[in-house]
Design a protein around this ligand. Structure first.
Ligand code: NAG
Ligand code: NAG
Ligand code: NAG
Ligand code: NAG
Length: 332
């Protein structure tokens, strides 16, 4: 090959390369403009350095573009563990195809939950967690009919739990744990419109009795630990339920344990630090327990022998009124 041919080939190669590179710019211009506003609104953090206006926004970090069926619109925005200060920018509401919105482990993210999130009608996952958000759990969340995972845990949210959350027809998991929520568990949580979601409400200041209506549902996972809940919690038990995990520890529940039947599926049961009375039923030896703690209650009588009940040590049973038998001291 002579030099001219080489040069021609090189130019042709470069041209082809550029054509391919340019045709790969698939980012939607409106989304790109919105993302650049979000970046500005967060004071151009280093975490978003890849958000360079010269490049295709579908190649930027913290984002996902959908496929051709949604014209490659932005479907996920995930900002995790960066040096980000400020509030959630209202422009997130201008990414109309968003299915996943995550702000997580950002201790300098403050302010209330951004109302513009109400515009995101395709949203399936909303996770604003380990941030420093304040204000209420907003009512508008119940308008997000596609929401499956709602995680607002580890924040400073206050006020009561909106009962309208039970209207979310696709909700699979609700995590409001580790906030400063007060008031009761809504009556409506006994009638979720769609699936029965997992409920994580631990480490708040929720009070009052659990509505009886919650007994109508077959929950898979419940964590109501470390609140100020009281009264009867026996509605979560029942031989016909298929519950896997039930944590009611560190509340003020008072009910007769001898009357409740455990679900045949129960693997995790934590009832420690309550005021639960009477004895542990013999039928509990048939439960496939992997974690069990009834310490610090008002239980009495013989610990039934068999099943998994003796695989736990005395710390699962201590500080009761008069429980006896292995792994505690033998009954007199
Ligand atoms: C949060 O803000 C403080 C004060 O401005 C700063 O010292 C700290 O590094 C920030 N932390 C993060 C994780 O951005
Ligand atoms: C929230 O901010 C306070 C100070 O305003 C700070 O002490 C605390 O560590 C922050 N929370 C988290 C989760 O970083
Ligand atoms: C449990 O299910 C069986 C069969 O579906 C039914 O006959 C029984 O009444 C149910 N028991 C309770 C306590 O709901
Ligand atoms: C059960 O709970 C008590 C009280 O919180 C605790 O001291 C004990 O270690 C727990 N047992 C297990 C096995 O976690």
């Amino acid at each position: 090959m002579d030099k001219t041919t080489m040069l021609l080939f090189s130019i042709l190669f470069l041209f082809t390369f550029l054509t391919i590179a340019l045709s790969k710019t698939i980012c939607n211009q409106d989304d790109k403009d919105t993302l650049l506003k979000i970046k500005k609104s967060l004071n151009n953090p280093y975490h978003l350095a890849s958000w360079d206006p010269q490049t295709d926004c579908c190649s930027w970090y913290c984002l996902e573009c959908g496929d051709a069926t949604v014209n490659h619109r932005i479907t996920a925005l995930t900002i995790f563990s960066g040096q980000i200060s400020g509030q959630i920018p209202p422009e997130v509401g201008d990414l109309p195809y968003l299915q996943t919105l995550v702000f997580r482990k950002l201790s300098n993210l403050t302010g209330q939950i951004q109302p513009a999130i109400a515009n995101l009608k395709y949203l399936r996952t909303l996770r604003l967690s380990w941030t420093n958000l304040t204000g209420p759990v907003p009512e508008f969340l119940s308008q997000l009919k596609n929401l499956q995972f709602l995680d607002l845990s580890f924040n400073d949210l206050s006020g009561s739990i909106p009962s309208s959350l039970s209207l979310l027809p696709n909700l699979l998991s609700l995590d409001l744990s580790r906030n400063k929520l007060t008031g009761p568990i809504p009556e409506s949580f006994g009638s979720f419109k769609g699936q029965v979601p997992d409920l994580y409400l631990s480490h708040n200041q929720l009070s009052g009795s659990i509505p009886k209506s919650l007994g109508n549902l077959d929950f898979n996972r419940i964590d109501f630990s470390r609140n100020k809940l009281q009264g009867d919690a026996s509605m979560f038990f029942g031989a016909n339920k298929t519950t896997w995990s039930l944590d009611l520890s560190r509340n003020m529940f008072q009910f007769d344990l001898s009357k409740v039947e455990t679900p045949k599926t129960l693997g995790i049961l934590d009832l420690n630090h309550n005021g639960i009375t009477r004895n542990i039923p013999v039928q509990w030896t048939e439960t496939p327990l992997q974690f069990f703690n009834v310490s610090y209650n008002q239980l009495c009588g013989r610990i039934p022998n068999g099943g998994k009940l003796q695989t736990f040590d005395s710390y699962s049973y201590f500080h009761n009124k008069c429980l006896c038998g292995a792994p505690l001291d033998s009954c007199k």
